[in-house]
Design a protein around this ligand. Sequence first.
Ligand SMILES: CC(=O)SCCNC(=O)CCNC(=O)[C@H](O)C(C)(C)COP(=O)(O)OP(=O)(O)OC[C@H]1O[C@@H](n2cnc3c(N)ncnc32)[C@H](O)[C@@H]1OP(=O)(O)O
Ligand SMILES: CC(C)C(=O)C(=O)O
Ligand SMILES: [Mg+2]
Length: 515
Amino acid sequence: MRKIYIFDTTLRDGEQSPGVNLNTKEKVEIAYQLEKLGVDRIEAGFPAASPGDLAAVNAVARAIKNSSVIGLARSRTQDIDAVREALIGAQDPCIHLFLASSPIHRQHKLRMSKEQMLEAAESAIKYAKQYFSKVEFSPEDAGRTEIDFLCQVTEMAIKAGATVVNIPDTVGFLTPYEYGNIFKTLKGNVNGIEKIQLSAHCHDDLGMSTANALAAILNGADQIEGTINGIGERAGNTSLEEVAMALETRQDFFQAKTTLNLSEIARTSRLVSKLTGMVVPGNKAIVGANAFAHESGIHQDGMLKEKTTYEIMSPETIGLKDSKLVLGKHSGRHAFREKLIDLGYELSEEQVNTAFNKFKDLADKKKEVSDEDIRAMIEEKLIDTQEVFKLDVLRVSYGNQFVPSARVSIHTLEGSVLEEEAEGNGSVDAIYNAIDKATKEEVELSDYSIKSVSHGKDAQGEVHVILAQNGITEQGRGVSTDILEASAKAYIDALNRLIEKRKTSTGRRDKMSLI
Ligand SMILES: CC(=O)SCCNC(=O)CCNC(=O)[C@H](O)C(C)(C)COP(=O)(O)OP(=O)(O)OC[C@H]1O[C@@H](n2cnc3c(N)ncnc32)[C@H](O)[C@@H]1OP(=O)(O)O
Ligand SMILES: CC(C)C(=O)C(=O)O
Ligand SMILES: [Mg+2]
């Protein structure tokens, strides 16, 4: 199987992302992780950019033993000298020179003719070659360069001593078909092309950077340049984890592979995100939080029966523990039952169905239903109490300039409906006064506490109350996404328990069921 070399430029092109600035310590920490990941080449920075970057590249050069360390330079002697200084102490140093070759860049930016561009690049490569055995040359904006001139530039670079010629689609302009064809043309037309490695460097301006890199591989590229999480200038660079996993997953098609330690991908992604401050979108391929998460019932059912129904690669390959089945409003019974088993509940089919209906009601109110939500929902009815009273409707009126009032409608076991309205010192007090009026139970609220069951603004609130009546006390519990409803439910739950306790001499129940 053909090996594809991985050239990581997270610390150079990745650092060119607006807002990202890595200090020496951070660059070395990322470089160590890239070495663990097994990248062949690490472009550590642009030493001529600043004394700080020169020092950072030098620190990386001295720290890294198993990957080649590279510094970027314009085709100017002072930049090359800066890379020479920065790579002192490197085990396997390499310089990366560039000079734009496209008509737009030649005319407007460099103000050079084709001949001047060729001459400047040639003399820079020859100068660098005196100090480095490994020289990579990039005709910047190769993607928009006349193809015959690109062949000429590549041949010049090979003759001058370049060991790698990189073909950057600097502005992410090309389609995979066009980019692949450039490699095919260079392979077929440039003298000495077999002596060097051809490299692909793509940008994601049109969202085609990974597809372009793969097209280059299909047409003979030996090396792929890119960054972790696809960070980089503007829309970013090719995501190396995407290329690596595409080759791994579709070896049958590409007949090529990297030598990366794939199980380090997730860890590397997290570190780069943490130190650059660039958050990985949830739906990002391979490393996004949802890349191995399944929310809909039909998919979850398939996953439970056979993971390959909905996963083309396993999360373990990139160093994650497992796929996630996220419970939400699209989930079905199979996944819900599995979650109950995971959480340690053994329920009958009828109980699962009742719980599932409640879960769907909750899922309509919440984006994601957490384990804590499910526990709270199941355990809300842990003890099988006869529901003498059941809350039907609750309406609360509150304004900071007004006395709060509440209206409740309660169903009784006998089938009647009790409706009452009351005011109170606060909304909860008004609710409890209305319940007292409706049920005609005289109780004392001896404790009230509330806590959040899960996280986020839509978290469920769990209310605990203790009610006392003629020396008997009972507790009640209510859970809802609305804390006033949770308060009402907890109070009525405690009332039902009190009534049941009154009926028995011991006051103890021995019948337990989950819902
Ligand atoms: C596609 C890429 O990602 S290329 C890499 C981009 N990365 C960076 O630019 C980050 C680091 N850059 C820097 O810190 C600064 O731009 C420096 C230190 C390199 C240069 O700064 P300055 O000397 O102030 O020049 P400035 O950046 O304003 O302009 C760039 C100059 O380099 C020239 N230039 C651009 N590319 C090259 C090149 N590959 N080889 C030679 N000269 C070049 C430009 O034509 C311009 O020259 P001019 O001053 O004669 O007009
Ligand atoms: C320096 C070069 C290779 C570059 O980053 C680009 O052209 O995108
Ligand atoms: Mg680039």
